[in-house]
Design a protein around this ligand. Structure first.
Ligand code: NAP
Length: 194
């Protein structure tokens, strides 16, 4: 089975953005050392414009071949005029409101979200599935997350957008790996215990 991995940037107090979801406060921690780590291990999680700016267009995908995001997260790119933010991946955007995809490379998931995710997970071969966010989509997929990669940045919001919105129940994860960086960023990888 292909894994659904929620690969997410968080503050120390566990928020993925300010109360409106704005995560720009985190960008300053993506320094040279951390960019090297992302480039070496997760190059496909860097957006198409980011890869182009860094001269990384040519890099092969290492962990993921598919990305799933909610329309709220997709809108962040769309507002910048970017309709295909992860052109190097198979892209899905969950939305009940959109009727037509803004880009031929982006497929909409409009109903049976969990069924579609299970279908993607059951595909043979290939790499894993990158759950990009945001909070609402991750909440809707709370029970489907197989792996968490939490990039903790060394600051607190006090209040903000949670990792999972409107999710309930307890899911247990086991710690697989910890990586610490000079600027205080810590990346923890957890596998779901079943
Ligand atoms: N820190 C990070 O690493 C990180 C990563 C990603 C995003 N973010 C932040 O997260 C924020 C967005 O998060 P968000 O929680 O507001 O929005 P979101 O989860 O990205 O998207 C929510 C939208 O997804 C659609 N959706 C949700 N559940 C669905 C279902 N079961 N079936 C079909 N469609 C479904 C709905 O779209 P419709 O309204 O169109 O129906 C819903 O409004 C952004 O501001 C972004 O900056 C942070």
């Amino acid at each position: 089975m292909r894994k659904l991995t929620y690969f997410i940037a968080c503050s120390l107090d566990g928020f993925i953005g300010d109360p409106e979801g704005d995560a720009t406060e985190m960008y300053r921690f993506v320094d040279e050392e951390f960019t090297e780590f992302l480039t070496a291990h997760y190059p496909e999680t860097i957006s198409t414009p980011g890869r182009r700016a860094l001269g990384l267009d040519h890099l092969e995908n290492k962990r993921f071949d598919t990305v799933v995001q909610g329309r709220g997260s997709y809108d962040v790119a769309l507002k910048e005029g970017i309709t295909s933010p992860y052109a190097h991946l198979r892209q899905y955007v969950a939305s009940r409101g959109l009727t037509e995809s803004p880009d031929p490379q982006v497929e909409l998931i409009t109903d049976d979200l969990i069924g579609k995710i299970r279908e993607l997970k059951a595909e043979r071969g290939g790499l894993d599935i990158y759950l990009c966010g945001g909070a609402q989509l991750a909440g809707a997929l709370f029970g489907e997350v197989d792996e968490l990669v939490v990039k903790s940045y060394p600051f607190a919001y006090g209040t903000g957008m949670p990792m999972f919105a409107s999710a309930s129940g307890v899911r247990e994860f086991g710690l697989d790996e910890v990586r610490a960086f000079g600027n205080g960023v810590v990346v923890r990888t957890y596998g779901r215990k079943r």
